[in-house]
Design a protein around this ligand. Structure first.
Ligand code: ADP
Length: 439
């Protein structure tokens, strides 16, 4: 059976949760397959995905684009190589049992919810895969949660069809966490910035031996700077979760305690937790509030905290296994001592998104919404010059709330569950976006 080796890249925005594998025509030709067929993807683990055609700019680069679920199921990260092969037969599942993650907050009525089951039609799966389930009303805060395929019959089945009986287990899958992991698919734009952050952080986290061999020090600190709401926290979280690193987030102002010695103690604890759970990423938001330029410092506390942070970073001997990411809106407000070599010596600017990036961000934040035909994300992107990611997320959420408000008089909220027929009618229109934009 023909097989090819391809390099893994992230999914296109909008593809997430679809079980898709984007391949170029050359690869399809080699494997003698077409869009719609299933392929086997093998990294450290083995899974299946459905073939879609890649966009022209991705052709002839020997790459495959798959989302964070499929990457997890294949046991690979971006940049790894996977083996792709074909299936001799696409066997339908007669029965699958899906188990919720351990961290699902409360019991959510999913069993027999036609909306959930419809979303799984034609979904490619093998046993032990994590698959995305969309929870919540379709457009008010839809949340993608990973469920685990704990049973599948027959064992060699690879696809859920309308003939499959889908069962939900009450018992969570042991050791399985599926609620909100951030992935590269949650980030619109910022391609170069993300690439730089990954090179700086992921490489030493995953391959410390490379740095050891070359005799160079892996970076200890990275400074992300730019206006609020542009995705600094988001990319730090995504890099942590994609590289499997433990993530500790602290806000600068929260560390500054008025009580003598408490701030330093808090910092020591954070570094201790990072070391114990390494590889780790410590994210310090609003770094300028703990580490302002010394000439600006008025408080004794801040001075002590800067000194403590410098001591902790200088003391990091984890060879890239503990990295500190600082975020700030004002890079010139950071103490120069913190920006010296061996400390926050890499700086990445996270700017306000341009129009193409706004389209991507809008796609991400309307992913689970039923958009009416008259909504054009391209037009919305043109009209939102100067909006940052957080503004675009708020706009999408606000439009959905306005849509919901229009339907409220027709909804029978006393009923335990809103009927599928009614749910199917709910749509977010261009007018909802216009109204959300006005205020
Ligand atoms: P910052 O840390 O730069 O202040 P955040 O990362 O906290 O900004 O962004 C706040 C929210 O705005 C995010 O949780 C996300 O919903 C949205 N957001 C910001 N930037 C982006 C982006 N580039 N792509 C998608 N969503 C974004």
């Amino acid at each position: 059976m023909p097989e090819v080796q391809l390099k893994v890249d992230s999914a296109y925005p909008g593809d997430q949760g679809g079980g898709k594998a984007r391949l170029d025509p050359e690869t399809m030709l080699l494997l003698k397959i077409s869009p719609g067929d299933l392929v086997v993807i093998e990294g450290k683990r083995r899974t299946v995905a459905k073939v879609w055609r890649a966009l022209v700019e991705d052709w002839n680069q020997r790459k495959i684009r798959i989302d964070n679920f499929t990457r997890l199921n294949a046991g690979v990260s971006i940049g790894d190589t996977v083996k792709i092969s074909t299936l001799s037969e696409e066997i339908e599942a007669k029965r699958v049992v899906l188990a919720p993650p351990e961290d699902l907050p409360k019991k959510i009525p999913i069993a027999n919810n036609p909306h959930v089951i419809n979303g799984l039609l034609d979904f490619p799966v093998v046993k032990n895969d994590s698959i995305p389930i969309m929870l919540g009303l379709p457009f008010v805060q839809p949340q993608i949660v990973a469920f685990k395929v704990v049973e599948i019959e027959p064992e060699e089945a690879v696809i859920i069809t309308k003939n499959t009986s889908v069962e939900f287990s009450d018992k969570p899958a042991a050791g399985f966490e599926g609620v909100k992991r951030f992935s590269y698919e949650d980030i619109g734009g910022l391609k170069d910035e993300l690439q730089r952050l990954r090179e700086t952080i992921e490489l030493p986290l995953r391959h410390p031996e490379l740095f050891q061999k070359l005799g160079i020090e892996p970076p200890k600190g990275v400074l992300l700077y730019g206006p609020p709401g542009t995705g600094k926290t988001l990319i730090a979280k995504a890099v942590a979760s994609e590289s499997g690193a433990h993530f500790i987030s602290i806000a600068g102002p929260e560390v500054i305690s008025k009580y003598y010695g408490e701030s330093e103690q808090r910092l020591r604890e954070v570094f201790e937790e990072a070391r114990e759970n390494s590889p780790s990423i410590i994210f310090i938001d609003e770094l300028d509030s703990i580490a302002p330029r010394r000439e600006e410092v008025t408080g004794e506390v801040e001075r002590r905290v800067v000194a403590q942070l410098l001591t902790m970073m200088d003391g990091l001997e984890e060879r890239g296994q503990v990295v500190v990411i600082g975020a700030t809106n004002r890079v010139d407000a950071i103490d120069a001592a913190l920006r010296r070599p061996g400390r926050f010596d890499r700086e990445i600017e996270i700017g306000v998104p341009g129009e193409p990036d706004r389209i991507e961000i809008l796609k991400i934040h309307t992913r689970g919404m039923p958009l009416a035909e008259d909504v054009s994300l391209n037009v919305l992107a043109q009209q939102t010059h100067g909006f940052v990611g957080a503004d675009l997320a708020a706009l999408a959420r606000e439009a959905a709330i306005r849509a919901l408000r229009r339907y409220l008089p027709d909804l029978d909220l006393d009923k335990a569950e809103i009927e599928q027929e009614t749910l199917d009618k709910l749509k977010v229109f261009a007018a909802d976006f216009r109204s959300a934009q006005r205020d």
